[in-house]
Design a protein around this ligand. Structure first.
Ligand SMILES: Cc1cc2nc3c(=O)[nH]c(=O)nc-3n(C[C@H](O)[C@H](O)[C@H](O)COP(=O)(O)OP(=O)(O)OC[C@H]3O[C@@H](n4cnc5c(N)ncnc54)[C@H](O)[C@@H]3O)c2cc1C
Length: 559
């Protein structure tokens, strides 16, 4: 972990650098030319220049030993600047992850020190033409080369697809099938038989180099097998998902806010029907405020997960990483899409940037695991908790929010508890009716779980903010009153979604008679959830006032 002051300085250097070297005109030109600014990426990753990569590398190998919270803050800032450049920098981190997790001490020293001292760029080569979400289907092979009965090296054959930094990296971590199963290897640029294609012509992140790789009898010494033991590759990939998905979550958050940070000031200047758009409730309450709530709910989950990863007591937190990624990247996409609408015709042109942000952020729901794979991961894990606790897991969580509500009646904890009780009831109904046979329902449960857990996280964060006990590196865009109002808005949204959509999928699968429907609605707490919507409009008004820095916010109470 690095000191809060150091993190602040790093974030400032990053902002200043971007202001100077990556102004809008440059970003637009590079995007139009479909060009990765390699010199800028190298500058960012050079130890004697910006040295972003140092944050990711442990101190013992010459880095600064940043933790998950630090990395989230940097990733959000980078994505706020440009998601393509952010991807290029992140690729080195992703590429070095199998080393951090699975390499021998000698391998770590060699490669991590080279990233820190020389600023070499890495790429992470997992995906193949036939193996995307299902990495187990990979076909790239690594055959043993033996001498006197001893393994001295491997010959790699196969192809990789959509590899970030594929055409510009100095070294690649490559997943290949050995006789004992998938394993990670380091392959250096220029190795005989190793080639890459021209960069892909992509929808977005056009400042990031993405290329296919080909391996034809590429020989590597045995010490390039990470960890020195075959067959550990998928476990090593799994071990860092909590962490790496948190980074992509921060990308969704940063890009979503980058779009809103353009839409909000624009709407104060754009006069339509005699007044700025920012004063029109039908505009702010559709195109701005709901997206702020979703992004901040995701942020809370990211921050909590980062804190837990840094505390190091709970394993890899893969499910939490999946929830953070799912919520933040979906929210980032929705915010960018709404920002195009918020700028009207201007939003549809290159010059105003929001269309570029929207194209860029699109990738975040695809790479590092698609949204559907996230839904599956979330549901699978939480279903086990539901079964293990005989359906009590989310009821117990709900009771914790009932207790929180007693001390903090204004952070939406009461509504969050309604969401969690409803979730437990939907899951139980799905169990009793054997609905696990419907994959669609399972994935929808994943979505409802993510919404309910994020509502909980935001209620907790708003309470900590009120108490003044929040993490010192937390994002302070909003004060305690504003965050409480945002939390109430999101909790209402989550509760309604869980109950209404949960009911819809259950009814859609098994059909419910009138009396069963009435009983289920009551069980889910639908009447209470409907009553909890009271106050939504005044909370949205308040958050809009805060966002637009209007005097009215001083007069209103957050209650
Ligand atoms: C710009 C870019 C950069 C990338 N960078 C890298 C990189 O650096 N390194 C790397 O290794 N990879 C990288 N990738 C690959 C990326 O991680 C994969 O594209 C992603 O994991 C999805 O795999 P796929 O494209 O094969 O899609 P598929 O797995 O074929 O999925 C297609 C669709 O089907 C859905 N789907 C898949 N399986 C299921 C299922 N079981 N049930 C229901 N629905 C399902 C998916 O959610 C998706 O909507 C990158 C991709 C892009 C586009």
């Amino acid at each position: 972990m690095i000191a809060a002051k150091t993190l602040k300085l790093s974030l400032k250097s990053l902002k200043d650098f971007a202001k100077k070297r990556l102004p809008d005109e440059t970003l637009i030109e590079l995007d139009e030319r479909d060009e990765c600014p390699l010199e800028i990426v190298r500058h960012m990753c050079s130890p004697d220049k910006l040295g972003i990569q140092l944050l990711f590398i442990p101190e013992e190998f010459g880095g600064m030993g940043g933790g998950a919270f630090d990395v989230y803050c940097i990733c959000e800032e980078m994505a706020h600047i440009d998601l393509g450049v952010a991807t290029a920098v992140l690729a080195t981190f992703l590429g070095s992850d199998p080393i951090t997790v699975g390499a021998t001490p000698e391998q770590k020293k060699l490669w991590l020190s080279r990233i820190a001292d020389e600023g070499i760029l890495f790429a992470y080569g997992a995906t193949e033409p036939e193996a995307g979400s299902d990495l187990g289907a990979l076909r790239t092979t690594a055959d043993r080369v033996t001498q006197d009965g001893r393994i001295v090296g491997y010959k790699i054959n196969g192809a990789k697809q959509w590899i970030s930094n594929g055409g510009i990296a100095d070294a690649y971590t490559v997943l290949a099938n050995t006789p004992a199963g998938p394993s990670w290897f380091v392959v250096e640029k220029g190795a005989k038989g190793f080639t890459h294609d021209e960069p892909e012509d992509k929808h977005g992140i056009r400042l990031s180099n993405t290329a296919a790789l080909a391996f034809s009898d590429v020989y590597v010494d045995a010490d390039r097998l990470l960890g020195g033991v075959e067959g550990q590759g998928l476990n090593q990939a799994q071990a860092v998902f909590g962490y790496t998905r948190l980074m992509v979550a921060a990308f969704g958050l940063g890009a979503g806010w980058a779009a809103l940070d353009r839409a909000i000031p624009y709407s104060t200047k754009r006069i339509q029907a005699g007044a700025p758009l920012s004063e029109k409730q039908g505009y702010t309450h559709k195109l701005i405020v709901p997206h702020v709530a979703r992004l901040e709910a995701a942020r809370s989950y990211i921050e909590e997960t980062a804190e837990r990863i840094d505390a190091g007591k709970e394993g890899s937190l893969n499910t939490e990483g999946a929830i953070a990624k799912y919520m933040a990247t979906e929210a980032g996409n929705a915010a960018a899409e709404a920002s195009i609408q918020a700028l009207g015709g201007y939003g549809y042109t290159h010059e105003y940037m929001v269309e570029k942000i929207s194209r860029d952020v699109r990738i975040t729901t695809i790479y590092e695991g698609t949204s559907e794979i996230m839904e599956m991961t979330i549901r699978r894990d939480r279903w086990q908790l539901h079964l293990k606790t005989r359906g009590q897991h989310y009821h117990e969580q709900a009771r914790q929010f009932e207790a929180l509500h007693v001390h903090h009646p204004d952070v939406g904890a009461d509504t969050t508890s309604l969401a969690l009780h409803a979730l437990a009831d939907v899951m139980e109904k799905a169990r009793v009716a054997h609905l696990t046979r419907h994959q669609h329902i399972l994935l929808r449960l994943g979505e409802l779980i993510a919404f309910a857990e994020c509502a909980g996280s935001l209620s907790r964060r708003a309470a900590l903010m009120k108490d003044g006990t929040i993490h010192e590196k937390t994002n302070r865009r909003f004060d305690a009153s504003a965050l409480a109002a945002i939390s109430r808005i999101f909790a209402r949204d989550a509760a309604l979604k869980v109950a209404q959509e949960g009911l819809r999928w259950i009814a859609g699968a098994i059909g419910l008679s009138d009396s069963e429907m009435n009983a289920f609605e009551t069980n889910l707490g639908l009447p209470a959830i409907h009553r909890a919507q009271a106050g939504l409009m005044s909370d949205m008004d308040y958050v809009a006032d805060v966002l637009y820095n209007r005097a009215a916010k001083q007069l209103r109470t957050a209650a």
